[in-house]
Design a protein around this ligand. Structure first.
Ligand SMILES: [Zn+2]
Length: 246
């Protein structure tokens, strides 16, 4: 019996050792808050109000720095944080012709920390460029998702599905923000193109999958492309177009 206990202990120790070896420090989960610039260990007292799990490598690449109180793991080597003096990347003057050809490296990096509905989220930006705050509500340029949270309106057709699509794709995820000629709307929300880490434009994705209408009351760089994406989704009866009566 004793031999077996010892053997189990050795096997257990080896397994622990192997696990520690395979999980590089860049794969560790750390935590951020909605409004802070630091990343934390899970038991840090600064996580009382909000607690958003994120990979250490992502936290560092977005610009978060280690908390001085809880001593989380240091930034892994080879991960470059965004520079402090980044300018706004405005697609209307960038010469980019298609949404998917925009340059992620020039965009503002953020984490989506709160979800509102299909076309609006809150982001945390640890290193915001001038004229952008560290915590912002972001309205996606050129799209209009069916309403879900407007107190004066009934829930619009497909509003819940659209909202859920955005929540699943974006909440607690790293995103890249690009802008157009108008930085804010009349509610002081940032107007942005929201890009995923694989380079796809989420505004365009909403249209392509039929989770939003193209919003063309104001001009923006990809107005024609967005109209075409909406038309295509309608013709294919995707998303909200599939539930319309003929
Ligand atoms: Zn901490």
């Amino acid at each position: 019996m004793e031999k077996r206990t010892i053997r189990n202990a050795i096997v257990g120790a080896l397994l622990l050792f192997a696990a520690a070896g395979t999980a590089g420090s860049e794969d560790i989960l750390v935590y951020i808050t909605e409004t802070g610039r630091r990343y934390h260990r899970g038991d840090c007292r600064y996580l009382e109000l909000s607690r958003i799990p994120i990979l250490l490598s992502t936290a560092v690449s977005v610009g978060y720095e280690p908390c001085g109180h809880c001593n989380p793991p240091p930034p892994p080597p080879g991960i470059t944080p965004p520079s402090e003096s980044q300018e706004l990347y405005r697609l209307n003057v960038s010469g980019v012709e298609e949404p998917e050809k925009a340059d992620l490296t020039r965009m503002t990096r953020a984490i989506v920390v709160r979800h509102v509905d299909g076309d609006t989220v809150y982001v945390s930006i640890p290193r915001p460029p001038a004229s952008v705050r560290q915590y912002e509500s972001v309205r996606f340029i050129g799209v209009d998702a069916p309403e879900t949270v407007h107190p004066q309106k009934l829930v619009e057709r497909f509003g819940e599905q659209s909202s859920e699509f955005t929540r699943r794709y974006l909440l607690n995820r790293p995103v890249f923000l690009a802008f157009d000629w108008q930085l804010r709307d009349r509610y002081d929300r940032l107007l942005a193109y929201i890009y995923l880490a694989d380079g796809s434009c989420f505004n365009a994705l909403l249209l392509r999958e039929g989770y939003a209408h193209a919003y063309t009351h104001y001009p923006f760089e990809f107005l024609e492309q967005f109209r075409a994406l909406e038309r295509e989704a309608r013709e294919q009866a995707r998303g909200l177009w599939g539930s319309q009566e003929k």
